[in-house]
Design a protein around this ligand. Sequence first.
Ligand SMILES: NC(=O)c1ccc[n+]([C@@H]2O[C@H](COP(=O)([O-])OP(=O)(O)OC[C@H]3O[C@@H](n4cnc5c(N)ncnc54)[C@H](OP(=O)(O)O)[C@@H]3O)[C@@H](O)[C@H]2O)c1
Length: 244
Amino acid sequence: MNSNNKRVALVTGANRGIGFEIARQLGSKGITVIIGARNESKGVEAREKLARQNLDVHFVMLDVTEHTTMEAAIGRIRDKFGRLDVLVNNAGIMIDPHTSILELSLPLFENTLETNAFGPLLLSQACVSLMKENNYGRIVNISSTLGSLTDIINPESTYTEIQSPAYRLSKILLNGITVLLARELKGTNILINSVCPGWVKTEIGGQNAPLTPEQGAATPVWLATLPDDGPTGGFFRERHPIPW
Ligand SMILES: NC(=O)c1ccc[n+]([C@@H]2O[C@H](COP(=O)([O-])OP(=O)(O)OC[C@H]3O[C@@H](n4cnc5c(N)ncnc54)[C@H](OP(=O)(O)O)[C@@H]3O)[C@@H](O)[C@H]2O)c1
């Protein structure tokens, strides 16, 4: 147990973008935050930036495509804090913005799935046992409206021009993982939800995006701090359920 009995949160891909902002907002709520990053110097730099704001922030090396780094990270969290209350599966890639599904190559598809779906599943599996020890857990999967089947078949969608088949399919899979985990964890006080942060100005979102990372992080942070009677197995945007 950490000295203050404070809640402990792990955010993947938290060295920049929405993940960094989620880490900052969770830290501002008095939660001990662990920045997961695959690049040590970027992770340490992000940690230092938040530590300068007097937040209780730590760094752990974590590449969501490398199973060994995930196991090592959870082992270090267990040793240092003895608990994990919140997992935000934020790390993600979009490497196929102009690819048609007719031309989607298997390596590109596999790369995207490994980061955006397999990583979150494996990390959630590893974290659930630690969460069960305290009968408390909040898992937030950062998904996207691009992975909403309802939105994909909507001819009026704002996103009809965007191709990204691998990215879209990875988020559909991530949403499926959310639903299956929620069903499995019913009655455990481990709540798991998917969220679309909105279209946010980051490396993935680009410069034309209307939202700031601060705005994009708001609903993920709400889901990461839900009360015990909060929702589970849902898909949210701006704190409202959205269709799969
Ligand atoms: N921006 C949007 O409009 C938008 C909309 C819907 C959903 N999302 C989702 O929001 C999440 C965050 O994206 P963002 O917009 O903040 O983009 P971003 O600025 O590109 O951040 C992505 C983060 O993921 C990390 N990452 C990538 N692959 C990783 C791996 N294998 N292991 C660990 N970390 C890895 C990156 O680390 P490096 O610095 O090392 O590359 C970076 O920290 C993603 O899941 C994305 O799909 C974004």
